[in-house]
Design a protein around this ligand. Structure first.
Ligand SMILES: Nc1ncnc2c1ncn2[C@@H]1O[C@H](COP(=O)(O)OP(=O)(O)OP(=O)(O)O)[C@@H](O)[C@H]1O
Ligand SMILES: O=C(CO)[C@H](O)[C@H](O)COP(=O)(O)O
Length: 332
């Protein structure tokens, strides 16, 4: 079947399990609308089921446990407006279920461990983000979720992170260099915080990407250290620090934006938003409004929420420009 779409825009969201992909995708839904955005979890392209991986002695992160040929063929078909019969990996049983039909949509998001791994798939991706959670923070988030909701022990969680580490380093992490933006989540530098509750979040924005102009603080291209706390932004100890400046990241020229600390009063976020430019907002305060809409999402009061919303807005901008370009007849 071929659906009439001017342009299917393909977004890649890469990251390890438990790195906040679902939260980010929920924020994207606000911007594109549930109806117009289809999410494909790349776990569905595991070629080996749980038993198969165990027998072969490989993890799900290992390319040998995944069918990249099928992934490429199916993503390519979706991008050209064709429906696919996508396999399903069932996390409850660890088995591959019968395939399901997936239709193309205005926006197709491929999320998971390997959206930017295979060169052919990467070429199809219009905009890619990598969620880069430092080990200290990853352990903390996993502990919060897996101990509370899944009954795992601290030792189990640590052992599972460590067991995945070599393959994570070999196959997942290198995708960072191919992402248009990387959201790095690190422990704060403001105080010593063993539990990693306070976060330093960096938005690494690649320069020279078509239709993507990095957001900046105050003055494009300069280097800025900013303490927004004072009369206009309420902060309790240890406050908030922001940074903006040019840098080099894995051989790419980038612009960095950084927020260290926690926003005390979300309503005042508009003050910070006001000092950011090229955010992709359509009206005054849109970014703050999007944050306020989901106060309950994890990270809404720190740089993770702020940058997830900002990246979503930039994706909307890229989407609009790509679809406009697709409508303009090619000049002769
Ligand atoms: N910004 C954040 N701040 C604090 N905790 C967070 C943040 N994002 C995610 N978490 C924690 O990490 C957990 C996993 O988040 P989420 O479900 O969004 O990740 P995921 O990558 O989709 O995970 P999975 O692939 O395992 O389903 C959440 O339950 C929450 O405890
Ligand atoms: O890294 C993962 C992505 O979600 C999972 O561990 C992988 O998909 C295997 O799933 P399961 O542990 O349920 O067999």
């Amino acid at each position: 079947m071929t659906t009439q779409l001017d342009r299917v825009v393909l977004i890649g969201v890469a990251g390890d399990s438990g790195c906040g992909k679902s939260t980010f995708l929920r924020r994207l839904t606000d911007l594109f609308g549930e109806e117009f955005m289809t999410v494909i979890c790349l776990d569905d392209y595991h070629s080996l089921d749980r038993q198969g991986r165990k027998a072969a002695g490989v993890t799900a992160l290992d390319p040998r446990a995944n069918n990249f040929d099928l992934m490429y063929e199916q993503i390519k078909a979706l991008k050209s407006g064709q429906s696919i019969m996508k396999p399903i990996y069932n996390h409850e049983t660890g088995l591959l279920d019968p395939p399901e039909k997936v239709d193309p949509n205005k926006v197709v998001v491929i999320e998971g461990l390997h959206p930017l791994y295979d060169e052919r798939v990467r070429e199809l991706v219009d905009f890619g983000v990598y969620l880069d959670i430092s080990e200290e923070v990853k352990i903390n988030w996993k502990i919060q979720r897996d101990m509370a909701e899944r009954g795992h022990t601290y030792e189990d969680i640590l052992a599972s992170i460590n067991a995945r580490k070599p393959d994570f380093t070999a196959y997942i992490e290198p995708q960072k260099q191919h992402a248009d933006v990387v959201i790095q989540v690190l422990p704060t530098r403001l105080i010593e915080d063993k539990e990693s509750k306070l976060l330093r979040v960096r938005l690494v924005q690649k320069e020279g990407v078509k239709f993507f102009e990095p957001a900046y603080l105050f003055d494009e291209g300069s280097t800025i250290d900013w303490r927004p706390c004072g009369r206009k932004l309420t902060c309790t100890y240890p406050g908030i620090k922001m940074y903006y400046g040019p840098d080099n990241f894995m051989g790419n020229e980038v612009s960095l934006l950084e927020v260290d600390g926690r926003f005390e009063n979300l309503e005042e976020m508009v003050y910070v938003e006001n000092h950011l430019s090229k955010t992709g907002t359509k009206y005054y305060g849109e970014m703050t409004e999007l944050l306020l809409k989901h106060k309950d999402y994890p990270g809404t009061d720190n740089g993770t929420g702020l940058f997830q919303v900002l990246v979503g807005l930039k994706m909307r901008e890229v989407y609009e420009q790509l679809t406009t370009e697709a409508k303009v007849p090619a000049s002769v």
